[in-house]
Ligand binder design. Structure first.
Ligand SMILES: Cc1cc2nc3c(=O)[nH]c(=O)nc-3n(C[C@H](O)[C@H](O)[C@H](O)COP(=O)(O)O)c2cc1C
Length: 224
């Protein structure tokens, strides 16, 4: 992991090169998660679960929810927020758009769908001790207690010839996903939906990004 090129090859989202024909063994997922659980998490309580779905009917139901959520998202009211004003005219953005459409179309065919969960809701819709914990502190604490493990898991997948893509669209219809998977909605918050498959080939090109220098500020925040 000291080789930066290796990291660049392993971080791109895998959508079009998920192998829809080859099954994913449960053992390899457990092996990857065994590596991932060593990630930092709040007070070392590991307040997360990784719910893997390989049942065809439930995968089909999740894929339908994903596609409906995507339609909701596309039709949302636009604001001046950056995410509402993405310029899709460039080649890189068009590649991403084609890739996103491909995943939506084939999601039910992906051998395993994973829904990671974190204990305690931060949206005020929860029950029990976490019901009122909606501040930025509690949000950072909850999300920060699952995302490092999840990212480690995704890198572990890539080290074993499997791939995934971070998706959050199903959270637009989170309660429907909870119903399909018997998740106690008031206690467990979903992080997203992660398609998992062996990859077709392993030579991945990184998506262009703005360079680090544009993102760095020193000593005090300036600009935007
Ligand atoms: C928080 C978050 C939410 C995302 N949601 C989706 C999604 O719902 N569907 C999807 O196809 N990709 C989703 N992505 C993947 C991004 O589109 C992708 O990371 C970005 O286009 C850059 O491409 P790359 O990951 O291949 O470098 C999401 C990524 C993040 C980090």
């Amino acid at each position: 992991m000291h080789d930066p090129d290796l990291l660049l090859q392993t971080t791109p989202s895998v959508r079009r090169r998920l192998d829809l024909e080859r099954p994913v063994e449960r053992d390899v997922l457990e092996e990857c998660l065994d590596l991932a659980v060593h990630a930092p998490n709040g007070s070392n309580t590991q307040p997360y679960r990784f719910l893997f779905v390989d049942d065809a009917d439930r995968r089909a139901a999740l894929a339908d929810i994903y596609r409906a959520a995507m339609a909701d998202f596309v039709a949302r009211p636009r604001t001046d927020a950056a995410e509402d004003n993405v310029d899709r005219s460039g080649e890189a953005q068009q590649r991403i758009a084609r890739s996103v459409a491909h995943l939506a179309e084939h999601l039910h065919e992906v051998p395993v769908l994973c829904v990671p969960l974190v204990a305690g809701r931060t949206d005020g819709a929860g029950a029990g001790a976490h019901a009122d914990r909606t501040s930025a502190f509690w949000q950072a604490n909850r999300w920060g207690s699952v995302i490092p493990a999840l990212w480690s898991f995704m890198l572990a997948l890539r080290s074993r010839g499997l791939g995934s893509a971070w998706t959050t669209l199903t959270l637009v219809r989170e309660r429907e996903v909870a119903e399909v998977l018997d998740i106690p909605f008031e206690k467990w918050m979903q992080v997203g939906l992660f398609p998992i498959a062996h990859t077709i080939g392993t030579d991945f090109r990184p998506t262009p990004r703005r360079p680090a220098a544009e993102m760095m500020r020193w000593n005090a925040f300036r600009g935007d």
